[in-house]
Ligand binder design. Sequence first.
Ligand code: ZN
Ligand code: ZN
Length: 581
Amino acid sequence: MAKNIVDEKLDKIRHSMSHVMAEAVLEIFPDAQIAIGPSIENGFYYDFDLPRGLNQEDLDEITQRMKNIISEDKEFKRTVVSRDEAKKMFKGQVYKQELIDAIEADQEVSLYNQGGFTDLCRGPHVGSTKELNKDSFKLLSTAGAYWRGKETNPMLTRIYATAWSNPKELRLYLAKLEEIEKRDHRKLGKELDLFSFHEQAGPGLAYWHPRGTRIRLAIEDFWRAQHYKNGYEMIGTPHVGKSWLWETSGHLDFYKESMYSPMEMDKSDYYVKPMNCPFHIMIYLNGKHSYKELPFRWAELGTVYRYEKAGALHGLMRVRGFTQDDAHLICTPEQMEDEIKEVLRFSLFMLRSFGFTDIAAYLSTKPEKCVGEQSQWDAATESLKEAIENEGLEYEIDEGGGAFYGPKIDLKVKDAIGREWQLSTVQFDFNLPERFNMVFVDSDGVEKRPYMIHRALLGSIERFFGVLIEHFAGAFPLWLSPEQVCVIPVASTFSEYAQKVCTRLKEEGVRVYLDDGDDRLNAKIRNAQNKKVPHMLIIGEKEEQETAISVRYRTGKQENMIALDEYVSLLKNKINGHEMV
Ligand SMILES: [Zn+2]
Ligand SMILES: [Zn+2]
């Protein structure tokens, strides 16, 4: 409860600040058109139609004027006028006119005024600008924003700002922003030479560089090994399919806008796949299946393409082409409960293997409009709930928030700086088995409909990689590091032994390289440190004499003179144990 009161207070502060900002902007640009200015998480924004773009000097001036307005102790006064009066008061303000027009004719219009500025507003606000603190807000950035978010509408200038109750809260928040910026996977991706995007070759399509690919393959190798261990089979399916497939699946009815345009071949339309499911179903339909064969657990690292608006693209987090760590479970009604328990257990195991320990579940249940029998929904939802409780997970229920074709569980993890990311999804589907007429022959000889469950544990390899980069701030755990070990001879005299150590580690399957260049020792260590290599092996005379190594860890810790054999087994244990360094 206490938290809500704090939130409400902050909300009022932020929203009042947006009015103050609009007043300051109008002082500088008296002809500006004002649109809307809500409070948002951590702050507020206001959208303006301005005669020109803004630079940092403008933001500084707006800030200064806001401080002046705050110091003037202006009261926020609410008045109520008729719609016609409001239209007169906002004469010339086209966006406000549009907002007023949307209010019913006999309705009154609520206004808030502080000194020289009046806004169309429901409130609530703080009593006076003296309740705002001139040292606890900061204008952060400007961005283009379409009026009412519609691309056919004029582009406005949005000024984003953050605001808090006191300067200390502001400082803490700005420090967190700095941390987020430092960890930004787009920035680290460049610095660590992991991946790139190429606007001219197609926006939203990731190119994996050798170092990024090493990490990707480490993830995928682990993923495959664990899937085989957990009773899955791997399958492989095409990247394109004829319109028949997408008509049958229904994607052309309800998903077409997210699909790439078709290509014509032999008078047929082929679509690049936005999902793998229909292809997996084709393999199921290839033969008749008895209850004795089920369950099928078919997995594929399936690359799909979906159209995302250019403005929505964001590094690896939001892309137009990505590889889902996809699988479909097809089972009898009797097997369903165990399958769900197992898949949830497997999800948690996978997430924890990558260092995520704070995991919460979100259960989405039956919406108004849906397909499938009530009894199916009940059974499926119950099994999801039981599986969550069985694992002792914290969970929230989004009543009615499920897709029309079935209930689901999403798993969200908290990263190193407390941000939540949705990764795993376990989703029932009562739609596709029906549309593709999937059946199995039950023990009584009768053909029945199997349960089908879509699931992705990591989500997509691209997005998961982005989350990992930010979670670890680029310093990947030993088992994922592109180079696990760097061997550094202290002088060229020891290059031969250093090469021997390197070869030995390579034979053991370790990702290792030798730095026997002309740089000084310190420069070599710095280079390896910049690449965030977990282990640096320092090789000198004593090490060579005793067939040993000295290791300097990425953390700065050092251990001297470990016998080479001992180090190899130590290293392999650390790699297999998914230790950080
Ligand atoms: Zn307001
Ligand atoms: Zn699927």
